[in-house]
Write a protein that binds this ligand. Structure first.
Ligand code: ASP
Length: 604
C-alpha cells in the first residue's frame, strides 16, 4: 500500500467521496468539543482532516498528535458544511473524514512556530533552515525557482545550447572580487581558487568548437558582503561563437522574455538600448531604474561664474559635476525633516550637503524661491536653472556639486530613494539594455582597471586602444530590470595581440601574463573563433520575479551576511592532522583552539 495517493494540497471538490491516503506534517491540531481537527500539510498545501470519537482507536491516536508530527492518514473526502467553507484555502471546500491514522514520527516542540516566523530573528530561521523551509511561502519560492531553471534549460536546449560543466577547483578568474582558496594536499604550498565565474573555461569551450554553451553555474566571490550578496551564488552562464553583439543580446533577451511570459504572464515592449554615458548623465547609475520618471540635469555651465564656491568650485573642475534633480510637486510632498534625512542619506556617498530650491512662484525670482542657497545665485542664473530643469510652481530641485563620482552616486541613489519613498513608479516592470561601457575605469592612484573583465573586446583596434585607453569603449552590455543588473556580458577578445594589449594597459607584466593566463594566450593563438556571451544572476532574477525582499529567501541554504552557515556551523576549525596533510601551520593557533564567542561570527 503506497504511503500516499494524493498530495494534501491537491485535494478539492472534484475528489468528494474518494478514499485517499495522505502523508504529511501536522500544521495545526484543534479539539472542538469531542471532534479533532488536524490540518495536514505537505509541499502542495494543507487539508483539514476530521476524527470523531466513533472511530475509537484513531480518535485516541489523534488526541496524542502534536504540531509537526509526521502522519499517514486514510480517509474519505467530503464536502464541508456551508458555514465551514474556507475560501482562503485551495482545499477549503472539502475535508477528509479520517478512517485510519498512523504516526510515522513524532516531533518535539519546534523552536519557532512556522506561522509566526517573522517574530524570530533571521539567525534562528537559518539555524533551523530545514524547519523554516517547511513554510509554504518558502516551498513556493523554491518551487518557482525550479520552474524558472527548467524554463531556461528548455529555451536554451531548443536554441542548440549545450550544457557543459566546468571545474570548481581551478585557478583565479578575475571578476573583481577576492578568491576563495583551497589548499592542495598533493601540491605542497599550492592552492586552487574556486571560480568567481566560469569565464575562461567557457571561452575555451568556444575555442574548442562547441559553438553554444550554457551552464547553471555556482560562482564564488569573497566580497565584503553588501546587503544582498552571497559568497556563493548561481549564474546562468552563456557563451556563443560566430554571433554579433546584437545576436547575442537578442538570443539571451529572448530567454528572459520567455521566462517572464510563461511564469509571470508579463510581456515587455521592445527594449531600449541606452549608452552607459547617458545612463550616468541622466540617472546617475549604470543600472537605471526606468520605473522612476526623475532625471538628473547637469547645470555645470550655468554656475561656473557665480561667487558661490560650493557650486563654482566643482563647476570649474573637469573631474567634478554640478547637477540638479527636480521633484515635481516636491514642495508639498517633502517635509523639512525628509529633506534633512535625504541630506544624511547622500552623505553615505560622500556628499557634503544637499542644496535645494523650492519653487513657490517661478515668475518671481526674487521672492518666489525658497532655499538656503538661492541668495548666492544671481537672478539670471536662477532663471537659467529653472528653465533648464523645466521647473513649475510647487517643484523642489535638489543639487549635487562635487567630484563626478560622488555626485553621480549620491543623486543616482537619491533618485531611487525618492522613487520608492514617494511611490513615483510609473510601471511595474522596466527592462533595458545598457551598452557602450568604457573599457576601463581610473582608480584613485591613476591606474586603470577593467570595467567588465579583462577579456572584453574594445570597439576599436589594438593600436587605437593603446593610444587612448581611458576613453575607449567596450563591446559590453548589461540587462537591467527595475534598477537591478540582471546580467551582463560582452563580445570577447579573440586575438592574442588584442588580449596582450589589454593586459599591458592593465599593468600586468609579461611574466605575470604567462604565469596567470598562459593557457588563454595559447588558446588565442590556435584559431580562436570570434565569440561572446553573458551571465545572468539566477538568485536575483528569482528574487525580482517573486518580489522577495532578500536574496536569502530564494536560496535553500544561504549564508549569513558575514558569510557563515549557522546551521552547519561553517566555516569550522579543522584538526591538526588535516592541517599537516595540507602543509599548513596556523599563525594564531591559540585562537583557533579557543571556542569562538557565541554568535560572534554570525554578525546578524
Ligand atoms: N563572467 C561574467 C560575470 O561573471 C559574465 C560574462 O562576461 O559572461 O559577470
Amino acid at each position: 500500500m503506497p504511503m500516499r495517493s494524493q498530495y494534501c494540497g491537491s485535494l478539492n471538490a472534484a475528489h468528494i467521496d474518494q478514499e485517499v491516503t495522505l502523508s504529511g506534517w501536522v500544521d495545526r491540531r484543534r479539539d472542538h468539543g469531542g471532534v479533532i481537527f488536524i490540518d495536514l500539510r505537505d509541499r502542495e498545501g494543507i487539508v483539514q482532516v476530521v476524527f470523531d470519537p466513533d472511530a475509537k482507536e484513531n480518535f485516541a491516536l489523534a488526541d496524542k498528535v502534536r504540531g509537526e508530527y509526521v502522519l499517514q492518514v486514510t480517509g474519505k473526502v467530503r464536502a464541508r458544511a456551508a458555514a465551514a467553507v474556507n475560501p482562503n484555502m485551495a482545499s477549503g471546500e472539502i475535508e477528509v473524514y479520517g478512517t485510519g491514522l498512523k504516526i510515522l514520527n513524532e516531533a518535539e516542540t519546534i523552536p519557532f512556530p512556522l506561522d509566526a516566523f517573522s517574530n524570530v530573528g533571521e539567525e534562528t530561521r537559518l539555524k533551523y533552515r530545514f524547519l523554516d523551509l517547511r513554510r509554504l511561502e518558502m516551498q513556493k519560492s523554491l518551487r518557482f525557482r525550479s520552474k524558472v531553471t527548467s524554463a531556461i534549460r528548455n529555451y536554451l536546449d531548443r536554441n542548440n545550447f549545450l550544457d557543459i560543466e566546468t571545474p570548481i577547483l581551478t585557478r583565479a578568474t578575475p571578476e573583481g572580487a577576492r578568491d576563495y582558496l583551497v589548499p592542495s594536499r598533493t601540491h605542497e604550498n599550492k592552492f586552487f581558487a574556486l571560480p568567481q565565474s566560469p569565464q575562461l573555461f567557457k571561452q575555451l569551450l568556444m575555442v574548442a568548437g562547441f559553438d553554444r554553451y550554457y551552464q547553471i553555474a555556482k560562482c564564488f566571490r569573497d566580497e565584503d558582503l553588501r546587503a544582498d550578496r552571497q559568497p556563493e551564488f548561481t549564474q546562468i552562464d552563456i557563451e556563443t561563437s560566430f554571433m554579433t553583439q546584437d545576436q547575442i543580446m537578442s538570443v539571451t533577451e529572448g530567454m528572459i522574455r520567455e521566462v517572464f511570459k510563461d511564469l509571470k504572464g508579463v510581456e515587455f515592449d521592445e527594449l531600449q538600448r541606452m549608452p552607459f554615458s547617458e545612463a550616468i548623465a541622466k540617472y546617475g547609475s549604470d543600472k537605471p531604474d526606468m520605473r522612476i520618471p526623475l532625471e538628473l540635469v547637469d547645470v555645470k555651465d550655468l554656475v561656473a561664474e557665480v561667487d558661490f564656491k560650493v557650486f563654482a568650485g566643482p563647476a570649474n573642475d573637469p573631474k567634478s559635476r554640478v547637477t540638479a534633480l527636480k521633484v515635481p510637486g516636491g514642495n508639498e510632498k517633502l517635509t523639512r525633516k525628509q529633506i534633512d534625512d535625504y541630506t544624511k542619506f547622500v552623505s553615505i556617498y560622500g556628499a557634503k550637503g544637499l542644496a535645494y530650491i523650492k519653487v513657490n512662484d517661478k515668475n518671481d525670482l526674487e521672492e518666489g524661491l525658497q532655499s538656503p542657497i538661492v541668495k548666492n545665485l544671481p537672478v539670471p542664473v536662477r532663471a537659467a536653472i529653472l528653465e533648464r530643469v523645466g521647473a513649475e510652481n510647487g517643484d523642489l530641485i535638489f543639487f549635487g556639486a562635487d567630484k563626478h563620482k560622488i555626485v553621480t552616486e549620491a543623486l543616482g541613489a537619491l533618485r531611487c530613494k525618492l522613487g520608492a519613498d514617494l511611490n513615483l513608479y510609473t510601471k511595474e516592470w522596466a527592462m533595458l539594455w545598457v551598452v557602450d561601457f568604457p573599457m576601463f575605469e581610473e582608480l584613485d592612484d591613476g591606474s586603470l582597471t577593467a570595467i567588465h573583465h579583462p577579456f572584453t573586446a574594445p570597439s576599436c583596434s589594438p593600436e587605437e586602444l593603446a593610444a587612448n585607453p581611458a576613453t575607449a569603449l567596450s563591446q559590453a552590455y548589461d540587462l537591467v530590470l527595475n534598477g537591478t543588473e540582471l546580467g551582463g556580458g560582452s563580445v570577447r577578445i579573440h586575438t592574442k595581440e588584442m588580449q596582450q594589449t589589454v593586459f599591458n594597459i592593465l599593468g600586468i607584466s609579461e611574466e605575470e601574463q604567462r604565469e596567470k593566463f598562459g593557457f588563454l594566450l595559447d588558446a588565442l593563438k590556435y584559431g580562436a573563433p570570434p565569440h561572446g556571451g553573458l551571465a545572468f544572476g539566477l538568485d536575483r532574477l528569482i528574487m525580482l520575479m517573486i518580489g522577495a525582499s532578500s536574496i536569502r529567501d530564494v536560496i535553500a541554504f544561504p549564508k549569513t551576511q558575514s558569510a557563515a552557515c549557522v546551521m552547519t556551523d561553517a566555516p569550522g576549525f579543522v584538526d591538526d592532522l588535516q592541517l599537516r596533510e595540507l602543509h599548513i601551520r596556523l599563525r594564531k593557533k591559540e585562537k583557533a583552539e579557543a571556542a569562538p564567542a557565541e554568535g560572534a561570527e554570525y554578525g546578524m
